[in-house]
Design a binder for this molecule. Structure first.
Ligand SMILES: Nc1ncnc2c1ncn2[C@@H]1O[C@H](COP(=O)(O)OP(=O)(O)OP(=O)(O)O)[C@@H](O)[C@H]1O
Ligand SMILES: [Mg+2]
Length: 328
């Protein structure tokens, strides 16, 4: 396996200002010392409740925010700052897909124009897929138009889509358009931030399936951000669970879902509603038991009188949990 992304001790603090002189009084520790590695061709899941810092990590990774400190390596190159990213045309390699496709598509442009833009900027690579990220690129207008049609086909939209406008599509279709645009540059990594959270359940499944297919067919790595554990279980190889800017647990999909260790992970898992009516009572009991454990063992998992999680400790080669050091 090759490491595509290596994030080390990443922090992003936002100053809180107040008082008469509007001086800095405190920091919001949106991301507070996290490290993670994304292997080429794999999907890394980032899970946690609202405000835990997931989007902030995504923004630092794609270059929408500068970290307060820490390092981001992409294919062994230092791309920590926005300036470093710009210097190597990093946004050709790394694309972001947001939850709200309505606002990320210009309402006055046709879909054809929207998908053609990255092709005009970076050229048309010989073939779709991350393998081709180093391929020679063509700026020929005919090639651009042909690739727009190919990309629409990949995401399952008809050719006539090129003449239409964003408002003419449903949320699920717009997510397909956004993914087609992201694919146009032959990215090696796509950061997908809650890509299906705004969609109906049945449409969610369709969009997830085609994203999974694209990931497999083109060997693209994903950082998949979601608060929905069901979605994350379906989509990801490795997972980090985030709480208040910290990673509380990290492991393979199996580590997290079959052997959850941290009380917060257990709480998230117990909150997944059961499909079967006959399981509902036991699910409710599980939730109550986990809630009681959360209160009882708080200091085992968080620094006293705070919700700052301890640093991660390994419990296997792949599985890490944040737990008080003296715990046996
Ligand atoms: N520009 C900013 N200025 C100040 N605070 C910010 C800024 N952006 C984010 N924050 C704060 O940082 C924390 C993490 O925010 P972030 O958007 O990363 O969370 P999230 O996990 O993506 O949440 P959600 O699931 O709601 O999208 C929150 O407390 C948020 O209020
Ligand atoms: Mg977010």
């Amino acid at each position: 396996m090759t490491e595509l992304v290596k994030i080390t001790n990443l922090k992003n603090y936002y100053p809180v200002k107040g008082g008469f002189f509007n001086k800095k009084t405190d920091d919001i520790k949106a991301v507070d010392d996290v490290s993670l590695t994304i292997e080429a061709g794999q999907t890394y899941g980032l899970v946690g409740e609202s405000g835990s810092g997931k989007t902030t990590i995504g923004k630092m990774l794609v270059g929408l925010e500068n970290p307060t400190s820490g390092q981001i390596l992409f294919d062994n190159q230092d791309v920590t700052t926005i300036k470093q990213k710009k210097a190597i045309h990093y946004n050709k390699d790394v694309q972001m897909v947001f939850q709200d496709s309505q606002s990320s598509l210009n309402p006055r442009k046709t879909i054809g124009t929207i998908i053609a833009e990255p092709l005009q900027n970076f050229g048309v690579p010989a073939a779709i897929g991350s393998e081709g990220h180093n391929q020679e690129r063509s700026f020929d207008q005919e090639k651009i138009e042909q690739r727009v049609l190919e990309l629409l086909e990949v995401v399952g939209l008809p050719a006539k889509t090129v003449e239409q406008y964003p408002f003419q599509f449903s949320g699920g279709q717009r997510q397909r358009i956004v993914v087609a645009r992201a694919l146009a540059t032959n990215p090696r990594l796509i950061v997908a931030d809650e890509p299906v959270s705004a969609l109906d359940l049945s449409v969610q499944a369709q969009v997830l399936n085609f994203m999974k297919k694209i990931q497999r067919d083109y060997g693209i790595s994903f950082l998949f951000i979601s608060h929905d554990l069901g979605v994350v279980k379906y989509m990801t190889d490795n997972i980090a669970i985030m709480h208040h800017g910290r990673f509380v647990e990290m492991g393979t999909n199996q580590d997290i879902f079959d052997h959850p260790q941290h009380i917060y992970t257990k709480r998230l898992l117990s909150a997944i509603p059961s499909q079967k009516v006959e399981d509902r009572q036991s699910k409710r009991e599980e939730r109550l038991a986990v809630a009681a454990e959360f209160d009882r063992d708080h200091d085992l998992y968080y620094e006293p009188d705070s919700l700052r999680a301890y640093d991660l400790s390994p419990i296997s080669e792949t599985h890490f949990v944040s737990i008080r050091k003296d715990h046996n």
